[in-house]
Write a protein that binds this ligand. Sequence first.
Ligand code: ADP
Ligand code: MG
Length: 725
Amino acid sequence: MKKTCPVIASERSYVAEKEKFIPISEYYGEDTFNAKIMKVKLPRDVFKKIIEAINEGTILDIETANIVAHAMKEWALAKGATHFAHWFQPMTGITAEKHDAFIDPFGVGEVIERFSGKQLVQGEPDASSFPSGGIRATFEARGYTAWDMSSPAFIRRNGISTTLCIPTAFISYTGEALDKKTPLLRSNKAVNKSAVNMMKLLGDKDVKRVYATLGPEQEYFLIDTDYFYKRQDLVLGGRTVIGAPPAKGQELEDQYFGSIKERISSYMHDMEEELFKLGVPAKTRHNEVAPSQFELAPVFEEANLAVDHNQIVMDTMQAVAKKHKLACLLHEKPFAGINGSGKHLNWSLSDNKGNNLLNPGQTPHENIQFLVFLVATIRAVHKHADILRASVGSYANDHRLGANEAPPAIISVFLGDQLTKILDDIERGKVTKATDSEIIDLGIASLPMVSKDNTDRNRTSPFAFTGNKFEFRTVGSSQSISFPAAVLNTIVAESLDYLAEKIKDQCGKNINMNQCVLTVIKKEMKEVKAVLYNGDNYTPEWEKEAAKRGLPNDKTTPVSLKALITRKALEMFDGYKVLSNVELKSRYLIHLERYIKDLEIEAKCMDSICLSQVIPAATAYQKGLSKAIIGTRDALGKSADLSAQQELLKRVTELVNKIYGTNKDILAKIAAASSVHDEQKKAEMLCSKVKPKMNELRDYVDELEGLVDDELWPMPKFWEMLFIN
Ligand code: ADP
Ligand code: MG
């Protein structure tokens, strides 16, 4: 492959930039119709009503909606918007939008810009082309989008077009959720109710609201677009299906937190500028472990906003990359043998006063409250580890999970030594009277001081307590965080309710509240402590130990997805009104179908690459080699030592045969699977029969890559893509 030097696309020079430097605080959120703007643009009573509606989750009356829509339109027009779009998150995992011009016919051959309250509040995109997992067959194809007031409308610029985007939920006409947002909103309600009840039970009488907070750390790769477009596998599936790891990968450990290259820094600057305008708090940027891998971590926000913002982050990362002639790869495992990308989902709960409920706190009361929320979370993960695993299941993420670099498919909880000891002490009955001084003696109040060092050390845990929040590390880089967050909210709501009942039972026996709580925790920890693990999750010993403890270890997505349709799952999601049985079953099917499609796309892509690129390159090389052998013999006579060339030729020929044969085998197996109508069986069949063959095929191709003349190799190699930028 002819090497090309990347073009640094940024036309913006440092000097020119410096001239027009504007502090972030001055333009932060300027492209969002947020509370600050609404306060200025809306009459006082209307502003009050909308803030109330946002906080209480109530519905706006049509007159108010009309006034808000008018103000929003005027604001958007001033920003250059010609269209509005209901922006939603269908089950494809990416966002969708249908644009409508603001125009309304007026008189003969004339139009005026108009935007009504009705258009703001509700849209009617045809639902028939979005994945519905069978809901469509049972119900009507029509769907509607409903304005989600808790996430501000924003301006999206794309080339010369400017659109006002209105975040919405997407629902079928009969009320089934067809998107990722609806269950999250419902789970927020569920966890709010259960957490507020718990806090009241623990004596906090004036708590009004509890909400989940999320901080998703987004990993990504950047490569030059020149290389990207020369690789069919990257363009079509986001992952290199063939390619040998480079001689130098991440073993020198010189990438992580290393100084950021100029081209990348410029990209990050541009990308973050866009995010700041959209009110996305993109706080931290750094080089990640692998070459050409980076991370962006935002300041955490309320769950719904964080989910929308993460979708905007992923979109913006990809859009701005193009301007810098870079391709942003969000795939979980773009390069085999090189660190994959995840999305550490930091999760906690906060009350309306802004107190983090997973903060150990300084007073005995805060300590008790912390323990209850902590134990509720541990119990939730223990009980529903299978659902958590399923919530991040995808064909792409399977390349990463359990591959000795990412958490395994076993979901365990890391607490660190201090906290483990505290729970042990409680379990062993160290506290007998639960007086304030005994609670202080447990050492919870001093946790914040010591926990940071502790928690930072374990990077192998899928679900780690990191001082004042949990970090769910199994989530894939390209995935929407919505479902994993909705699962967390729901399972914790359930455990809070369960613990509340137990505490109430105890209190019936007339002991003080602290004593009740500690007695309950003591009992509960016995039941759930199997899920706690502070050691190295990447080791085979842990796998064995986890099996002994009875923890689920669903290594592949098709098997893990079954966790969504167990009785336990169906009852819980339905009971908490997060997903009805019909909705949950439809999601299970959507994920299965997606798995099948992703695998088939990769297999077809491999077929095309092998037959039209790899084998022709190999045969060209074979031809050159055989010519050289014959020519050298002619020139030097029979005594010439041609053993090296002959050996090479032999191996290349063998590999071509193996590649051809294995590829054919893969296609035959896919054809056989296509006659299986049960999606579960089909996905499992593809996973167990086709996937190993694809790995085998890859090994042959990668060996060939190392033998064939580099000039003949038809696509960029890893070292080029990963080190030239
Ligand atoms: P760590 O070094 O343990 O990963 P950081 O302070 O760097 O911790 O935070 C990582 C991410 O966690 C950030 O995106 C941050 O906003 C988020 N985070 C911090 N506190 C919370 C919280 N209470 N709820 C949710 N996310 C949080
Ligand atoms: Mg982190």
